[in-house]
Design a protein. Structure first.
Length: 288
């Protein structure tokens, strides 16, 4: 066998290996734990305060009615559950049933606060195209006890620690490759100023504007959107964004920069490109 045939067979074998791993990772998730560390507004005792952060489910199902995912969340014993958006899919004739089955049961475990992603915003903004899916979805979840934060904030006490949670809903244009820059001033105009007196959490679906989130005054930024970069280079970072930008700085990790911790979830589901390579889906647990 000449070298060309060997190379071809090796390449085909590697391709099947990668595709097989990608399909396997699309059907499983893991739990990732992060501890932002102590600060003036977040001193000590991280084991006492657990926050589960969910993002980018995209109607994925783990077990009947998402029972496997629900039980894993319950097992973490969180005091708070935060949702970073894109739990459903913003397409015509797509039911939100799988997301509803999971999320409407989460308030049985802990208080739930939900910020919109671009898929929820698309459904909300384009009623003539998608119908009243988002209205129905939000109505059902609100009735179940879920708190939506759409450029709004809520003060929460978690094991004696005062937190302020702000849900940021940026204009849909900010998700495009060519967009008007997002600044701290724009965030303040949309969602109001940050709170300098207690620990400020910002739920911001898009991790493309971390510099603005830090300048605005977030102590902890929770993002999603990039699905971990679809494929990850082990020990480094994700490969590609939904806008086809390569090697995004923030794609599926925790980064501490000065007084701000930035956590980007790899998400729980996929859409359009239904593939993950060295990039397992995840439930994120934050220890404060």
């Amino acid at each position: 066998m000449n070298w060309w045939k060997k190379l071809t067979l090796s390449s085909v074998g590697m391709l099947f290996l990668v595709l097989g791993e990608g399909m396997r990772e699309c059907r499983r998730f893991r739990v990732t734990h992060y501890t932002p560390g102590a600060s003036e507004k977040n001193p000590g005792s991280p084991a006492e305060r657990r926050i589960v952060f969910l993002s980018d489910l995209h109607n994925q199902v783990y077990g009947s009615r998402n029972d496997i995912l629900l039980e894993e969340i319950r097992k973490q014993e969180p005091g708070l559950i935060l949702i970073g958006g894109d739990m459903l899919i913003g397409k015509k004739n797509t039911s939100p049933a799988h997301a509803l089955e999971l999320i409407r049961r989460l308030p049985e475990i802990a208080p739930v606060y939900y910020a919109l992603g671009n898929h929820e915003q698309r459904l909300k903004n384009c009623v003539e195209k998608y119908g009243d899916v988002m209205h129905y979805y939000r109505k059902e979840l609100t009735a179940a006890g879920v708190h939506f934060l759409e450029n709004e904030s809520a003060h929460v006490s978690l094991s004696g620690r005062e937190l302020r949670i702000t849900g940021l809903a940026l204009p849909l244009g900010s998700y495009e490759k060519k967009h008007t820059p997002v600044t701290a001033g724009k965030i303040e105009k949309l969602a109001g100023p940050s709170d300098g007196t207690c620990y400020q959490i910002l739920l911001a679906h898009n991790p493309g504007y971390v510099a603005a989130y830090k300048e605005w005054g977030a102590d902890l930024v929770l993002c999603g959107h990039l699905h971990g970069g679809v494929m990850r280079i082990p020990g480094w970072r994700g490969v590609v964004t939904p806008q086809a930008s390569l090697f995004p700085k923030y794609s599926g990790e925790m980064t501490v920069e000065g007084d701000t911790a930035v956590v980007v979830s790899k998400g729980l589901g996929t859409h359009t490109v239904n593939l993950r390579v060295f990039n397992p889906a995840e439930v994120v647990v934050i220890h404060l």
